[in-house]
Design a protein around this ligand. Structure first.
Ligand code: ADP
Length: 485
């Protein structure tokens, strides 16, 4: 696979600064590993402060030209990029499976999802409308203009190596902003391949730059620069808080997509098949490594035994293995630290009285594979329910009443996604409105789409990505008052 990717020209290993593929200035590199086998896929440039400063300068210089193109022109270049991402769906999917580990089918699905943000925002680029406000005085006219905020620093995680980038870069470029991307050091290859396709699509040099390597150094350079007007971040809550604090000094606009602690509430009146399918999808997608994955499955007492028994049957049958193997639906976790964290949460729950219903340990395949796991009789006070597991472990909590379910669901600092399964329309509305979450799935476990706003309440973040709301994150509002008319 690697050899084929090399010949396709999509296996880039240097950073992209001002349209030029660039080595680290001191020649340093870091290895990118395949989590399914531990093998080295490639060595990529390991950059820091100097390269980031140059990338910011390139982005700043490109701003004048890019922001002054017509919206239709920016739109058609983004459309070209969308077409190229689609044309290279297979190769990009292979890259994602190689460096991130998710099954190939899921990886190709991510390419489609990732590309959809470029298509959507190519279209929205033409609809960045202003306003005319009725004046309070007869000789005045009041206008509102929307203008690009400027250079954007985009810091992204490894769980969606492509989609977390396009979800930020799509709206930024549509508005006329330019960007410096810092992908995760675990999955830079997909980001670099996407950047290569952006160059081919006619997005001018300097509009999109990629640096990777020393995350704190790159992050601090972005934070310190007065030219960077916006930081958009997806990742851990701890790093998000640091970035928010660091952005204060230059008063940058900040968007954060941080950790979740999603409740998935199954009521007695749920359609069991729908609840099973939805819970399985939201918990085990990407081996549990998404911030909208169910982190706590709350099951009402009347359906508890039936649900856990059928859920256990389904989870036992999930095929674990290398993402390139046909039929595999559960890949490895991203790294050893992730496995240790998942396992420590499981051990803690067991020591506190929870019961393993399925799995509960490392998989016999070794490396970073973990058995798809269900833990029953979990209490909301346990570590496994307080923090994000980010792995293939489903903790199940028993509850009696709707009020109790809402209380448990909201008893967390996070507020990204929540799911409810019920046949009652009244209950659907009641509970959706009561949940302190930015996203609610009702009888549905997979809710992400480019056309709807994605983002969290409380410590799950700030701002929204995707949809028309996603554009506002990259725009300034300017009020123009014309007097003495
Ligand atoms: P995850 O647990 O998903 O890896 P992180 O928050 O550690 O979450 O990583 C998300 C992104 O943030 C990655 O690109 C990572 O390199 C980057 N990152 C980590 N620490 C810092 C930092 N101090 N400053 C800027 N970026 C950082």
């Amino acid at each position: 696979v690697v050899a084929r990717l090399k010949s396709s020209g999509l296996l880039q290993t240097k950073g992209l600064i001002g349209g030029k593929w660039t080595d680290a200035y001191d020649g340093r590199t870091i290895q990118v590993n395949n989590p399914a086998s531990g093998e080295v896929i490639a060595s990529v440039a390991c950059m820091g402060e100097k390269e980031t400063k140059d990338a910011i300068s390139s982005a700043y210089d490109a701003l004048g030209h890019w922001s002054k193109l017509t919206a239709a022109d920016r739109s058609s270049r983004l459309r070209n990029w969308y077409n190229l991402l689609n044309q290279h769906k297979e190769e990009l999917g292979q890259l994602i499976t190689l460096e991130q580990g998710k099954p190939l089918k899921e990886a190709i699905g991510e390419v489609g999802y990732g590309a959809s943000f470029i298509e959507f925002f190519a279209e929205e680029a033409k609809r960045v409308y202003g306003d005319i406000i009725p004046s309070t005085l007869p000789d005045r006219r009041l206008f509102v203009l929307k203008q690009p905020i400027g250079v954007v620093g985009a810091i992204t995680p490894w769980n969606f190596p492509l989609a977390m980038i396009t979800r930020k870069v799509g709206p930024a470029l549509a508005c006329g902003c330019t960007v410096v991307i810092k992908p995760s050091e675990f999955t830079p290859l997909t980001a670099l391949a996407a950047a290569e396709l952006a160059l081919q699509s006619g997005i001018p040099p300097g509009v999109l730059n990629v640096v990777m390597g020393d995350a704190p150094k790159i992050g601090n350079s972005l934070l310190e620069s007065p030219q960077v007007r916006k930081i958009t971040f997806t990742g851990s809550t701890a790093v998000g808080k640091k970035l928010m604090a660091g952005a204060a000094d230059t008063v940058k606009k900040v968007s954060l997509e941080l950790g979740g602690n999603a409740p998935c509430i199954v009521f007695d009146d749920a359609d069991l098949e729908v609840a099973l399918k939805g819970s399985l999808a939201t918990k085990f997608r990407n081996s549990g490594q998404t911030c909208v994955c169910a982190n706590r499955i709350l099951v009402q007492e009347g359906i508890y035994e039936k649900f856990t028994s059928s859920f256990s049957d389904a989870v036992q049958n999930l095929k674990v293995g290398n993402g390139f193997t046909e039929g595999v639906v559960q890949g490895p976790l991203i790294n050893e630290a992730a496995v240790q964290k998942v396992d420590s949460f499981v051990q803690d729950a067991i020591s506190e009285g929870a019961k393993v219903l399925v799995g509960g340990k490392r998989h016999s395949l070794g490396f970073t594979f973990y058995e798809p796991t269900i833990i029953g009789d979990v209490k909301n006070e346990m570590l496994i329910a307080r923090q994000e597991v980010f792995g293939p472990v489903a903790p199940v909590i028993r509850f009696k009443t709707e009020e109790e379910a809402i209380q448990i669901a909201n008893d967390t600092n996070a507020g990204l996604a929540a799911y409810i399964f019920t046949s009652s329309i009244k209950r659907s509305w009641r509970v959706s409105e009561a949940l302190e979450y930015g996203i609610v799935g009702v009888n549905e476990g997979l809710v992400s789409t480019e056309v709807a706003p994605f983002g969290g309440y409380k410590q799950s973040g700030l701002g929204r990505e995707g949809s028309r709301y996603g554009l506002d994150e990259y725009l300034e509002i300017k009020y123009v008052c014309m007097g003495n008319m």
